[in-house]
Design a protein around this ligand. Sequence first.
Ligand code: OGA
Ligand code: NI
Length: 392
Amino acid sequence: MRMIHGVSLLLSAAATKAIYMGLKELKSFRSPAEKSPRTRMADDSWRVPTPVQELAAAVEEPPSRYVPREQDRPSSILVAADMPEPIPVIDFGRLLDDAAEADKLYAALQSWGLVLVTNHGIEASLMDNVMKASREFFRQPLEAKQKYSNLIDGKHFQVEGYGNDRVLTQDQILDWCDRLHLRVEPEDERNLAFWPKHPESFRDVLHEYTSKTKKIRNDIFQAMARILGLEDDYFINQIGDKAHAFARFNYYPPCPRPDLVNGVRPHSDGAVLTILLVDKEVGGLQVQRDGMWYNVPSRPNTLLVNLGDSMEIMNNGIFKSPVHRVVTNAEKERISLAVFYGVDGDKMLEPAAGLLDENRPAGYRAIAIKDFVAGLHEHFSRGKRFIESLKI
Ligand code: OGA
Ligand code: NI
């Protein structure tokens, strides 16, 4: 077993102890707080999980806190089916003036909630550079990445930065994935302190890439508004001038037991729209339909766009937000970059009035974005979907 690189320099003594216990007792990992009632109050090392990248280098089996109950494991990766019909590919350059492309968008959103987008105006070299910058960030030693940690004082979770998901409870099952999560919109609210300085190109390529994905977002919103019979600028107006967007760089280390863990657990995105750039070499994204899991193919120079729960609510469920997950790979690491486009934090989320009438009542209750975001986090940590509780 290899040593965990540099960990003891950075974590509290209690956290370090928990890590080594984890290594010794992989199957039955319990933090000291669970074992000894005397320390229950003081020891909250369970809130600070080891980055999965470090863990993956050190263990031969995933520790128990990464292994969900049997029914929630991705054992079905071995049988994930080919899609009965492929995800439509739209030519983005023609989306707004060619009815055939708009029809394809409609079919894609209706059947999968996902669409593949080509001719989107982002050069292949920029897509490569943003992935290269991400790979280089994660390749650094832990100390370098911890400068951007999502834990204040090593323990209090904040939305931006490098690390794991928020750990809310001691028995929360974790995903086999490390992230770097950065606010990209509104542009004047970016926290550059979290934007890596290494590689040197990181900030510039992310800025350039997200300026272009924003244009894609805007055009897709317009095309969707037309498809639904709403004003062209309906969605743009709804999300507001200070609409949020986050870039999430996902890093999935190889996992010795892909059948036991989730790279990302089954979920739907909370955002309005997600623009996803996936690893060219290593697959792993799967989408669920009618209870079956399907492998999502990747195509060169193509972006994957999916709807999120906020859009499902706004369009009153005409187009659903797809449930998807990521499975891990036994030999290879995988990276992806998701840009989540959301709504201004001061606004409300509700079905578009133009889509409602006596025969089509609202299917979701209105909710303030702040409450929506809080609900999303809390439900995700338990592997549940908040949108289910908003259905009328
Ligand atoms: C996500 C997600 C998919 C991927 O970050 O929400 O679903 O391919 N990622 O990494
Ligand atoms: Ni997702």
